[in-house]
Every structure is written in C-alpha cells, then in structure tokens.
Ligand binder design. Structure first.
Ligand code: ZN
Length: 449
C-alpha cells in the first residue's frame, strides 16, 4: 500500500516541482545518473534529461551537485503523544522527521496511557490528520497497558487501523504470552515489533556489560539479555508461522541469531539504530555520558562491526532511529537515574553518511537503501523515484558541513547523541506522499518558472 493510502497526515497541496540536474540515486529501482526529476501533482512524472524537464507551472529547484534519493522511512519513532507532549508531539515529531528526509514513520505505543484500545488508535489517527507533516502509522501494544500479561484486542485494533503491534520500551517476558500474541498475529496480520531483552539478565544494568562498565563501576546489561530473547522469539515465530520484526539490534550474538533464523526460513526482519552503528560503549567514558544512555546500550566495537556486516549482507534490512525525545529534566540527573534514549530523526542520514559512508565502511547506495528499508516489513510500499510513483524524495547536499544543534532542533527535545558534532551531508528538502514537507531555511531555492 502507498504511504498516502496506508498512513495518516495533514491535508496539503500536491507538489509540482522540478529538481533540475539532480544526481538521482535509487538503488532498488536501478536508477543512477543526472536527471531533471519532474514531480507533477504529487507524483514522479518523469526523470528527464538534464535541463529538459518541463517546468511550466512548477517550482524550479536548481539541484546541480545535489543528490535526490527515495525519501527515508523510519519504523521506530516515539512521538510521545498522548501524555508526554512536553517531550514531543505529532506536530514536532513529524517536523523533525521531515527535516531528516523521512517520508513516513511508525509511532510506538508506549505513551501515557499506552495505545491499547481501538479508541486510542482512532484518536491518534485523527490527530495525525490534523498535525502530521509526513505520513504516520501507529502501532498498538501487544499486551494491555504493556503489563505483559493479557493480550490487547488485536483483531479490533487492526480494524481501527493499527499498522502492527509492539510493547517497545519493554520486552514481553512471558513466552506463553508471546506465543499467544503470535497466534493472533497470524489471524489478523500486522507485524509484531519486538524490544528484545530478558529483564532478569538486564537487572538494574545501565550500560553494556564489559570492560568499560567494569572500569566505571556501573552495572552492566549483558549482550545475552538481548540475544537469548531473540532466539526464543525466532523459535516461537517459526513454530507458529508468524511474522516478527526485531527492533534495535545491538549485539553481535543477536545479528548471528537473526541471520540463522532467516536462513532457516523464519519470517523475521530486523533494524539497527544510527547510534549503535556509529558509537561504542567507550562513549560512556565521555564528560557527559547521559547523552549516550539508551536501551539497548551502546556495545563494543566488535558488536558495532557485526551490525555493519549485518547491514551489508541484508540480515538487517533497515535503519530505524528509535527517536526517543526526553526533556532536559529527565537527562540532567546522575547517569544511573537518567532516562534511556536519544533523538535521531534529524541527524540519521548525516551521521551515517559521516561515520560510515565517508570512511568507506559502507557505500552510499547501501545507506540509501537501508534508510528506506523500514516500510516493507510493515507491508508498506518502499519509497522509490521510479516514474509513476507517489513523490517521496529527499534532496541532499553531500558536501554540506553543519554542526548539530547550532540552529536548534525541530524536535521539542534536545537529547541528540550527536549534539555539537560537525557532520557532512545535509537534507535540504523533503517531499513526502507527494507534498513538500520540508525545506531547509538557508537553502535558497530557484525561481518559479
Ligand atoms: Zn526499545
């Protein structure tokens, strides 16, 4: 299903834009070269020869030297509505997404209260139709109030428009409850997205268990807390022939288990987050370690390399930010008490371009492909620049250098893991579901034809 049909957003005008002489790259569609990208009535009308795209009645954007990619899709965002709008809401969160080059996101259900009833889903969808600048899909919780005991009315939630299910923030500790959820999932569809962690193994850990936690005297969360739970759920999904998506992989053992499960034919997909791909637990030694506190935690360099290898070989089909806004009050406390989570929507592309593509760890094609890879696991069309498609385009300047946070954030929160870093590569303009969702203020556009 197209993003405009499947998800909800604010009504707006269909775009008529020509991106003149853009370097177009859509690895999945096999498109690479300099073209005029002609967007008419919100659709990719044509990839014309450079300088020859029909611009009458359209806005002309001089894009020579800039890159046009299929816009990105983030299957893991915390919009914090309802209940924690002091951190984020649908309006600010989708603005942050648009600024990051995203044409669609999925919102997690661990709000206050959690999204557990059909009425909750209906209310959020209405809110998105009033406030969202990019299409949003909503997940509902797997268990009532995320208590991990009784299942929600999954069939009814699907009918109300829940894209899938997740208790993200918390694992589903009981294998019996998990198994029941998978049985229902097979009946009603909707991928189950899993935050994988064994609460007994994690205990009161606050960072990765390893030499750094030992040196700092902090309680650790071992890698096996994640990997053993993924192994359990992959086995249950295989047994019930159900569809699962594993969120924010962090450990080498986890990548290995997902790879083996895929090879065995289990219907499983997986995501990794920019911070796990760019950082290790060494960051917790920094002057302000609270900026690097998240769950799952940053792990070792060997884990980071295993995630990159998983991205390369397709074990991990998508990058998801796990954008988790927190107010400064929740972060300005001692490390042990600081809230878990970092923001990521506005910086994902630039951070990964800077930390992985420029040093040669992965190619630009792979980054572009994986940033848009989060739609398919939830049954949505992958954004593409192929003529005829709904216009979902991220226009980027790969040479632009900028310092994160210098001009503030679109997000209501400031807990970016790359605050203060200078990154190379910037999103200048985003088209989402056929509309202009974002333009960078300092990007002076060409004249109207
Ligand atoms: Zn999570």
């Amino acid at each position: 299903m197209s993003l405009a049909d499947a998800l909800d957003m604010r009504p707006g005008e269909d775009a008529n834009v020509v991106l003149r002489r853009a370097s177009v790259l859509d690895p999945v569609a096999g498109i690479e070269g300099v073209h005029d990208v002609v967007v008419r009535d919100g659709r990719i009308a044509e990839l014309a020869a450079p300088g020859e795209g029909e611009a009458e009645g359209a806005e002309l954007v001089e894009a020579e030297g800039l890159h046009a990619f299929p816009a990105f899709f983030d299957p893991h965002v915390h919009l914090r509505a309802p209940g924690q709008e002091h951190k984020e809401d649908v309006e600010t969160g989708t603005r942050a997404a648009a600024a990051g080059g995203y044409c669609g996101i999925l919102a997690m259900a661990n709000t206050e209260p959690p999204v557990s009833t059909a009425a909750d889903v209906v209310a959020l969808r209405e809110l998105a139709r009033a406030d969202a600048s990019v299409p949003v899909g909503f997940l509902a919780t797997v268990t009532r109030e995320m208590a991990g005991e009784e299942l929600t009315e999954m069939v009814e939630l699907r009918e109300a428009g829940a894209l899938g299910f997740s208790d993200d923030g918390l694992p589903i500790a009981s294998a019996r409850v998990m198994r029941r959820a998978l049985q229902y999932q097979r009946l009603c569809g909707g991928t189950i997205a899993l935050h994988e962690e064994d609460p007994e193994l994690s205990g009161d850990g606050v960072m990765h268990e390893g030499p750094v936690s030992a040196a700092l005297g902090l309680a650790g969360i071992p890698s096996v807390s994640e990997s053993t739970t993924i192994a359990r759920d992959a086995a249950l999904a295989a047994y019930e022939d159900a569809r699962i998506h594993v969120q924010h992989l962090s450990a080498a053992e986890s990548v290995e288990i997902v790879r083996a499960a895929k090879a065995a034919g289990v219907r499983i997909s997986a995501e990794a987050s920019p911070h796990h791909l760019c950082l290790t637990d060494e960051a917790v030694r920094s002057l302000d370690p609270r900026r690097f506190k998240m769950n799952p935690p940053l792990r070792s360099e060997a884990d980071r390399q295993a995630l990159i290898a998983g991205l390369r070989d397709g074990t991990i089909e998508c990058i998801a930010t796990d954008h988790a806004p927190h107010s400064s009050e929740e972060k300005d406390v001692p490390f042990e008490q600081a809230a878990m989570g970092v923001t990521g929507l506005e910086t994902a592309f630039a951070a990964l371009h800077t930390e992985l593509v420029l040093p040669g760890a992965i190619g630009l094609e792979l980054l572009v492909e994986r940033l848009a890879g989060g739609a398919a696991p939830f049954g949505l069309d992958r954004p593409t620049l192929a003529p005829g498609a709904e216009a979902n385009v991220a226009l980027c300047d790969l040479a632009a250098e900028w310092t994160v946070g210098e001009d503030g954030y679109e997000s209501r929160s400031q807990n970016s893991w790359c605050a203060g870093r200078t990154l190379t590569g910037r999103v200048l303009m985003t088209l989402a579901a056929g509309r202009v969702a974002f333009r960078l203020r300092s990007f002076s556009l060409g004249v109207a034809a």
